[in-house]
Structures are given as structure tokens and as C-alpha cells.
Design a binder for this molecule. Sequence first.
Ligand SMILES: Nc1ncnc2c1ncn2[C@@H]1O[C@H](COP(=O)(O)OP(=O)(O)OP(=O)(O)O)[C@@H](O)[C@H]1O
Length: 257
Amino acid sequence: MTLLELKNVTKKFGGLTAVGNMDLKLEKDSILGLIGPNGAGKTTIFNLITGIYRVTEGDIIFENKPINHLEPFQVADAGITRTFQNIRLFKELSTYDNILTACHYNTNYTIMDSVLRNKKYREGEKKLHKQVTDLLDIMELTDRKDLVAGNLPYGLQRRLEIARALALHPKLLLLDEPAAGMNPDETIKLMKLIKEVRKQFDLTVLVIEHHMDLIMGICDQVVVLNFGKKLAEGNTQEIQSNPKVIEAYLGEEEIIC
Ligand SMILES: Nc1ncnc2c1ncn2[C@@H]1O[C@H](COP(=O)(O)OP(=O)(O)OP(=O)(O)O)[C@@H](O)[C@H]1O
């Protein structure tokens, strides 16, 4: 079943076509990798899906409904969350509180309940605490829960961003360069975590990444972009042996991995 579809999507910035006539299908429960050289249009696609940018032309369909007119918070409500290329945590808050702020989105008590500290509020808070504790555990951040997020090592900040995105119970998770700045050991650990959370949360994942070992290690399908256009798509083996991809992108592998 197709969860997300881009139909003939174009995004122009003035005279620059960042994404041109893009068709893309993302099957439910799959992990799709989006790769391509710098400036190929990958992050623009994330910004279009999440409502940060408006399409110039075309449609974005999620669960059979168009979402390209929705505001970012409505896209999140529909079940799509993301992480950012440039980490966007609340750097002064603790690891725990960063996840808690996202979990608060799921509460059903009112301001009045919290002022009165009534049963509904207390039960809601207990549920929140459990959600945060579970996410800390899954992302292996429990022993850092009291640390200020800005002081976490880079790799753990990236894991915290994923934990925060998961707090909204997404159906589709968009990861923008989740392994950027990570060493090989951290990358291997991240790959394992992404596979685990995909299963545990029944997630579909769209991931942008320059680390080819991560893409080739976790993706079911890969789409290669070049100058805002689709250059190739297929499974990891097909992509690795595609001469057009090798020429435009994978030939650079030694530099980017
Ligand atoms: N808000 C914007 N205004 C003008 N041009 C933009 C804007 N956002 C992106 N672009 C341009 O669109 C093109 C695609 O950019 P995009 O960030 O999507 O590429 P990318 O594939 O994600 O690159 P990278 O791997 O470096 O992150 C680039 O030429 C970029 O300069």
C-alpha cells in the first residue's frame, strides 16, 4: 500500500527549479533513501512534504488525501514528523524535558485540570512520564536524561531529535541526514536503532543521508536526485551498479563516507 505519493511535484525559487516534475511513491512500512549531490533538492522535498514550503505545481498525497495545502502542525497531526539537517533541539533543556515537550502534544488534560492538579491531570502526567521514559530507553539515552541537550555529544543529540520526533506517534518519519557528523561506530548503532524503531513503532521512513553505508544498510528502496530531477530509483543493489548513479554521485563515495 502506498502511504505517501508525490505527483509531478515542482518547486521553484524564482528562476531556480529546486525540484522538477518529481514523482515518488513510498510504500507503507518501507524505508526509502533519498540521495544525491549537494543542492540536488532533497531537503526541499522534506520541506514540501512537511508544509514548510508550498509546491509550485503538483500534489503530495498522504494516506490517499492531498496534504500540500496543510500547515506544518497539521502535517504533524496527520502523522508525519521529521528531524532536521541542522539539529534543532531546545539546547538549554535537559534530554528528558526535550522529549517531554513533544509528548505534551499528546495530553488530554486542560489548563484548568493542571491548575487544580486533579485526577485527570495526575494520570495524564503519569502517562507522559512513562512515554518519555520509554523513549529514553529505546533511544538508549536513559543515562543522559538529566544532561542539558546542548552538552550532549553530537551523535546523541541526533538520537534525541529522533526520540522527540517519535513522541508524536508518527506514521511516517522523515530523517534529514541523521548520521551527519557521526563516526562509523555511532553510524552502525544508529542503523540498528532506526531498524528497531521502524519495527516497534510500525513506521515508514524516508531518509536523506550522504553516508552510503547507512543507506545501503537500511533502505528497501533508494531514489537518486540530481539537479532536482530523479536520476534513478531501485533497490540498493540496482542503485550501486547503476552507471548513471556512479557517474553523478557514487563516484564521490570515498570523499563523502
Ligand atoms: N528557501 C530557498 N530559497 C532559495 N533557494 C533555495 C531555498 N531552499 C533551497 N534552495 C535551493 O534549492 C536547491 C536545492 O536545495 P536543497 O537544500 O533541497 O538541496 P539538498 O539536496 O538538500 O542539498 P544538501 O545535501 O546540501 O543538503 C539549491 O540550489 C538551494 O540553494
